[in-house]
Design a protein around this ligand. Structure first.
Ligand SMILES: Cc1cc2nc3c(=O)[nH]c(=O)nc-3n(C[C@H](O)[C@H](O)[C@H](O)COP(=O)(O)O)c2cc1C
Length: 178
């Protein structure tokens, strides 16, 4: 059971750029999660179906917390927009979920929900395993630190370059939209 605090590095992954199995490219339509994200934690997440992992050939990917870029084909924008993101793949031990989920926290403030919109992910590095926590506050504190780690790690040139990855930019018009 993890308590708040604890030192961990702000930079994860080698300076020279992502190494195998990264970059991982996965995607899918944004679906509803269990609905705790924004309400309980005030850290909204956009979930994609777990099958998105197998489409990307990543069904064996280890559970844990990762960082990278996400793109969204929002109906209001002429082309997909790319954002930094941190994400969890796994069972959410704190909530004892019965199903494995893919939950992405896009590091941007959105005014509206965007269920049904196609989301594409380029995953560039592994931050940490999933933990169970002594309290909700401890989980929130760790996710807030994950956000700092993700942003700092993406500042490096060999990671930043993936912002322009063609996979993020080539969502077909109307794909994944309701
Ligand atoms: C970056 C990040 C890290 C996370 N780390 C953990 C974790 O270590 N343990 C855990 O139980 N859940 C973790 N979660 C999952 C949250 O518990 C989950 O997003 C929250 O329950 C909201 O889910 P819901 O919107 O499906 O209800 C993490 C989520 C994100 C975005």
């Amino acid at each position: 059971m993890r308590s708040p605090g604890g030192d961990r590095p702000l930079l994860v992954g080698p300076e020279s750029g992502p190494t195998s199995p990264f970059p991982l490219r996965v995607g899918g339509p944004v679906i509803k999660g269990f609905g705790r994200g924004s309400k309980e934690l005030q850290i909204p997440t956009a979930n994609i179906p777990i099958e998105g992992l197998s489409v990307g050939g990543c069904e064996n990917v280890e559970s844990g917390v990762y960082y990278g870029y996400a793109s969204l084909a929002l109906p209001s924008a002429p082309e997909p927009i790319v954002f930094p993101m941190v994400m969890s793949i796994g069972w959410n031990p704190f909530y004892k979920n019965k199903v494995r989920s893919v939950e992405v926290h896009i590091i941007h403030e959105f005014k509206e929900d965007f269920y049904g919109v196609e989301m594409r992910l380029v995953i560039l590095g592994y931050i940490r395993p999933e933990y169970d926590y002594v309290s909700k506050e401890a989980l929130i504190e760790d996710i807030k630190f994950d956000i700092k780690v993700g942003l700092k790690s993406l500042e490096r040139g060999a990671y930043k370059a993936f912002k322009d990855d063609p996979y993020l930019k080539t969502v077909k018009q109307g794909e994944g939209r309701n």
